[in-house]
Design a protein around this ligand. Sequence first.
Ligand code: F6P
Length: 521
Amino acid sequence: MSNDQLTDLPEWRALEDHKRATENLHIKTLFDEDPNRFQTFSVDMPGLLFDYSKHKITDETKDALVALARARNVEKQRDALFSGEAVNVSENRPALHMALRGSCDKALEVDGKNVEHFVNSTLQNMQIISDKIRENPNITDVVNIGIGGSDLGPRMAYKALKPLADGPNIYFISNVDGSALHQRLHKLKPENTLFIIASKTFTTQETLRNAQTAKDWLLESIDKDALGNHLLAVTANAEAASGFGVNEDHIFPMRDWIGGRYSIWSAIGLPVAIACGFKTFKAMLDGAKAVDEHFVSAPLENNIPVLMALLGVWYRNFWDYPAHCVLPYSHDLREFPIYMQQLDMESNGKSVTQDGLTTNYATGPVIFGEAGTNAQHTFMQLLHQSHEIIPVDFIVTAKAQHPHAAHHKQLLGNALAQSKALMEGQEKPDALHHNFTGNRPSSTFILDTLDGYHLGVLLALYEHKIFVQGALWGINSFDQWGVELGKTNAENIIKSFDNKKITDNFDVSTVGLFDHLAENL
Ligand code: F6P
């Protein structure tokens, strides 16, 4: 599947022609011409309504995009993902996060080991340990130490589900900046604190440094023999975790086929189970499973993640829009945009195809966002009136997670007002500064409410969207070699601080900066 083939495909060319033919259409006109536009361009599934009517698309656009998906064998690539093929070609492994929510064949094996057995025993152990921790009056505080996928998923989900939390306090430490841990440790008592060291590899420098400092802090006050009661690990490197001092029955195994940024469904999700109860964590898996079923069975024309992906490709590749904005109108979902930054950009921020060719087309957009209505008072001005056009995802929940109905109506009203304003704009010929061209596209997702199930629905939709885009672009959404280079460079520089001299061949700028820092440390 080479890059030449993608842009040479008749379906790609047809989309280029179609874009030229429709580039002067205004979304507002499309609404004026078709009173059924909302019905035509919206899909629902239990718990969720997806409205994509405020986009620069017609029936022909949709047909042409779906034709591209068919030409790129998206259905076949999806089936390969679910059947456990080694879709992560550069690391020669499958990507089976869907198996963690029971969406893959029960007989599926990886390296001769049954996947479902692993999943079931992990879930069982998660339930046992989360119940035990929740019932233990001596553990009042749980600190998750991890970074990237070992932090962002559980952090985001915990905050999203906080109204349901009735367990111990949960904190997240990710940054190696000592301030993060220092400020937290000050407020904790070692005898009442449990640390979860979450690291698939158990080699990530930030996590190991934070874990070591946490362990030293524990040992200042508690007996060495009791250390095991205060440590728990989630990792695919059990040997390293045990060497660090975690008791074997406190080590939750991961597998190579669980990608870091897709690991919220594994024992990496323990903070959610501990805070809100295993039932809530399981509901999250069930919500995601419902989306897996939809993704696998719905025709492409009505398949929500496929439509999300195709809209993204339409704008990224045919309109040249460089960014995509995620706007949850929900305080509880405030960490969702950050989570999405990793999920999307670490997955599809690539410019080499599976076949090793440099793409001659754009891939993953810049993802950013913020909770509404706060976003309206930060970057929304640019979205309304700058030359850059940035498609937006508005995410709202119909029901509030609090008793303040007036607040909720105000929140929802603002979300609808923003998508309407972006789409319609306004014409003020005598006051040019007040002129808005409008025609700025957005999707709106309405979740019935925000609980474990609905959060699972939302996350799985985006996971599959990203997969479909990777499949269309012919890239591997499951590796991250750019991140790995940064890690290697950092290791070399960090070591150099000990003797205040950079030993490797670094550029003069890095050496100059290093020398300045080394002198002023
Ligand atoms: O951020 C880069 C990354 O490689 C992510 O993919 C991963 O989630 C994170 O580092 C943490 O890795 P680990 O879980 O192995 O500590």
